[in-house]
Design a protein around this ligand. Structure first.
Ligand code: SF4
Length: 321
């Protein structure tokens, strides 16, 4: 933990400040995965040592798809609770493990199923589009799910002029700028992305005037106003891979910046302001993945009826993408 604390206090430090498992540890893990018939999925915001343990690293949508199509008996989901729940909903006959049970998402927890029912009753007749960063109970009360990569596409596909959007107000506000439909949103937000300020963005642009500013739609609208492109995590990685630009300012969780630096050492990537870290995403360590596989726990357990209801809005989204 000490090394990680150094990293988060020093915004210029990258994952090199952390140890990555050696070959023996990785070989032991591979053996364990084979014995258990397990697939390890890791979100892009996970620590490098956890990404090194994963069979697939990606964003919510990529990982949900992998969970839906795997024939592995066990899925170890290295991320936060709502992601592991989504994997369980899409693969109900598999055992899904969340290595650190306390890894949650404050944005997902900003709305309960009861809150959403009350929100719907205040705005009757409007369908609900729910960001995948939400609990299984909230998904079960929703009509559609979306990710930051496909939110606008989902909103355009919904056959209604007015739509309720939960839980992220900034993703909804970004979509509102790009659709003629009327969106009514919940006041949730990601505390990691809202810490990136327009002052940070202006200072970055002043320091690196030739840099392209790529911002995640969970950032505040005033930051998005200054962005050259508003992109999800996976879209940022794809954009940087094909762009001829040499310098980038990246407004999202800092692990994405370290990943871009690693993937493109010939180019420059900077955080916008101080590096912002999702501490829930950093709770999982390599040792937790090993422990989860050895002990077969903690298991994500959801009510079958709830999963059936939560699956419908996710499958609608997946059918579109
Ligand atoms: S980065 Fe934000 S939205 Fe993502 S898990 Fe962390 S708190 Fe939740």
């Amino acid at each position: 933990m000490v090394l990680y604390r150094i990293m988060i206090e020093d915004s210029s430090a990258g994952p090199s400040a952390l140890s990555v498992p050696d070959e023996t540890a990785l070989a032991d893990l591979a053996r364990l995965k084979k014995e258990r018939g397990a697939l390890v999925l890791a979100h892009t915001y996970q620590l490098p040592e956890v990404q090194a343990a994963a069979d697939l690293v990606g964003d919510s949508l990529e990982l949900s798809r992998a969970a839906a199509r795997t024939d592995a008996r066990v899925i170890v989901f290295c991320g936060v609770r709502f992601m592991a729940e989504t994997a369980k909903i899409l693969a109900p006959d598999r055992t899904v493990l969340l290595p650190v049970e306390s890894a949650g998402c404050p944005m997902a927890d900003s709305i309960t199923a009861e809150d959403l029912r009350a929100f719907k009753s205040r705005h009757p007749g409007r369908p609900v589009v729910t960001y995948v960063n939400s609990t299984a109970e909230v998904k079960a009360e929703s009509d559609w799910c979306c990710t930051s990569a496909n939110a606008l596409k989902v909103i355009e596909a919904v056959d209604a002029p007015e739509i309720l959007c939960v839980p992220d107000r900034n993703l909804a506000r970004w979509c509102q700028r790009n659709t003629k439909k009327k969106l009514i949103w919940w006041d949730g937000f990601c505390m990691v992305h809202v810490r990136i300020t327009p002052e940070d963005a202006r200072a970055g642009k002043a320091k690196y005037p030739d840099a392209l500013l790529l911002a995640h739609p969970e950032c505040e609208p005033e930051v998005l106003d200054l962005a050259d492109h508003v992109l999800s995590t996976s879209q940022m990685l794809a954009f940087a891979a094909r762009s001829p630009a040499r310098r980038f300012l990246i407004a999202t969780e800092a692990e994405v910046v370290w990943r871009l630096r690693k993937d493109h050492p010939d180019r420059e990537f900077y955080t916008v302001g101080a590096a912002q870290h999702c501490l829930n995403m950093k709770k999982t360590r390599f040792a937790d993945v090993v422990r989860a596989l050895e002990g077969g726990k903690p298991v994500v357990d959801l009510d079958p009826g709830l999963m059936d209801r939560a699956r419908l809005p996710i499958e609608r989204m997946l059918a579109l993408a």
